[in-house]
Design a binder for this molecule. Structure first.
Ligand code: G16
Length: 546
């Protein structure tokens, strides 16, 4: 504790459910509003750190319901725990990639990101707290485990008794001797984007009358960033960015950029009058969806195409070190890496697993099937970055999205890909399903005309620090390159969500333009049969298909 500060010590008792998931602690707003709940978790973070006294932190969130209250709690506790300076986005707003950039640029000790990402917000929606370390990335497993252990034995937390800080006013102010610097959320991030991309070429494309695009910010955090960069700096027509004002409940929608939750945007790209380019980002601005006229780029293909075109993008030309993807992401990026003679890594789900690879310079680009793509420019996935990358590639090649996709598949083959989610399942039933899948005897068996050549529960050993992570999802690989993967989501807040990932590799250009679900139909049937998902859960179809 900082000697000169009048910290108050408050007694508390542990909650037993503060184990961080795939991406921080995510719970319903009512759970977070229980007395001492936020304080216990935040103190457990501070108790897991060392040497943080006298250092700088970054704090901001996606503007969802409870963002403002949680930030005030964190500021008081940061002060009581000896932090010297906090950078906060005006109004408490910062996107996840912007926090990552600020930590790196200002050499901060770490930061708190307040968001439940793509989960809905509002008084009955979800909230979340994530702690990022000094490389700008999510806390690694060793730290999240320590936080959880501290949350199980916490008996007190430290705070200061002060009025709320005014976060509407730019500039420095003092809280009991701690400096709070309220900054514009967009400035540093926009400067970074300008260094990476060819703003001249992108601007010319956006201003040309033959090119029509829309960016749907889904009433979430990317609105101010996209408006400032796409419209104000690059000259896209006013109105290019829609749903641009962040709302505490995201207008009552899921701020989740996928084919289901961004259906209006998808519709606007279809037919002869469809937009040339459509894109969306999620609650905290780290996810992205890319659409062309009459076509959707799967996140797995997006990563592969990004890697294949690195030489067209100023920030990446001539320096592709390698590519990493999460295990359930399709192998499209691996094919590009192999062709270019660079390394490809397969990690567990969760951006935190990319951090060491990026820090060690082993990879330049990372991506996940869950609409996440990013690079070594920060240590988070980055929605608007992916959109600017695509615009850079479109501007430099002069080709529409559809042609780029077709060309990519012709060169590398197509990985037909889909994810089927069964949401809100009974937790015990879902866990039994996974246990039975693990125990099943499938290797060598013939299923729907394919032979199983791989059946395991994915485990990963970090090539940089040797940390081992097991139990990351059941993989079933077939002799023709097809694959089915099963895992339980680590980001849900009630019950369990079973994700089934399906992919089929098609090298023949004549067969690369079929409808995805039709191509995958026999694998879908196999997945249902081996897991027994429908009989066990009483469901007749997945809740979300992307
Ligand atoms: C988080 C993680 C991602 C992960 C995703 C899906 O994303 O940061 O790395 O891929 O969850 O996780 P799950 O399949 O366990 O639900 P976000 O955007 O929610 O922070």
């Amino acid at each position: 504790m900082h000697e000169s500060r009048a910290a108050t010590v408050i007694s508390t008792t542990p909650f037993d459910d503060q184990k961080p998931g795939t991406s921080g602690l995510r719970k319903s707003v009512p759970a977070f509003r229980k007395p001492h709940y936020v304080e216990n978790f935040v103190q457990s973070v501070f108790d897991s750190l060392s040497d943080h006294a006298g250092k700088t932190l970054v704090v901001g969130g996606d503007g969802r319901f409870f963002n403002a209250e949680a930030i005030q709690i964190i500021l008081r506790m940061a002060c009581a725990n000896g932090i010297a300076r906090v950078l906060v986005g005006r109004g408490g707003l910062l996107s996840t990639p912007a926090v990552s950039n600020l930590i790196r640029k200002h050499r901060a000790y770490g930061g708190f990101v307040l968001s439940a990402s793509h989960n809905p917000g509002g008084p009955d929606g979800d909230f979340g707290i994530k702690y990022n370390i000094s490389n700008g990335g999510p806390a690694p497993e060793s730290l999240t485990e320590a936080i959880y252990a501290n949350s199980r034995r916490i008996a007190r937390y430290l705070t200061v008794e002060t009025p709320d800080v005014d976060l509407g006013k730019l500039g420095p102010q003092s809280l009991e001797g701690m400096t709070i610097e309220v900054i514009d959320p967009v400035t540093d991030y926009a400067a970074l984007m300008e260094q990476l991309f060819d703003f001249g070429a992108i601007g010319a494309l956006l201003r040309s009358p033959g090119f029509r695009m829309r960016f749907d910010a889904m009433h979430a955090i990317t609105g101010p960033y996209a408006k400032a960069i796409l419209e104000d700096r690059l000259g896209a027509p006013a109105g290019t960015v829609v749903n641009a004002v962040p709302l505490p409940d995201f207008g009552g929608h899921h701020p989740d950029p996928n084919l289901v939750h961004a259906a209006e945007l998808v519709a606007a790209t279809q037919g002869p009058d469809g937009l040339d380019f459509g894109a969306a980002s999620d609650g905290d601005g780290d996810r992205n969806m890319i659409l062309g006229r009459d076509c959707f780029v799967t996140p797995s293909d997006s990563l592969a195409i990004i890697a294949a075109h690195a030489d067209l993008v100023p920030g990446y030309a001539g320096r592709l070190a390698g590519v990493a993807r999460s295990m359930p992401t399709s192998r499209a990026a691996d094919r590009v890496a192999e062709a270019l003679g660079v390394a490809a890594f397969e990690t567990p789900t969760g951006w935190k697993f990319f951090g060491n690879l990026l820090d060690a310079g082993k990879v330049t680009f990372c991506g996940e099937e869950s609409f996440g793509t990013g690079s070594d420019h920060v240590r988070e996935k980055d929605g608007l970055w992916a959109v600017l990358y695509w615009l850079n590639v479109l501007a430099k090649t002069g080709k529409p999205v559809r042609d780029l996709l077709a060309e990519h598949w012709r060169t590398y083959g197509r990985d037909y890909y889909s994810r089927h989610d069964y949401e809100g399942l009974d937790k015990a039933a879902a866990e039994t399903l996974m246990a039975d899948l693990r125990a099943a005897d499938l290797e060598g068996k013939s299923l729907a005309g394919r032979t199983v050549i791989l059946h395991d529960d994915f485990a990963y050993t970090d090539p940089v620090n040797g940390e081992h992570t097991a139990g990351q999802g059941v993989r079933i690989g077939f002799d023709d390159g097809a694959r089915v993967v099963f895992r339980l989501s680590g980001t849900g807040t009630s019950g369990a969500t079973l994700r089934i990932y399906l992919e089929h590799y098609e090298p023949d250009p004549a067969r690369q333009h079929a409808e995805t679900q039709a191509v995958l139909a026999d694998l879908i049937a196999v997945a249902k049969a081996v897991s027994g998902v429908e009989a066990r859960t009483g469901r007749t179809a997945p809740d979300v298909v992307t």
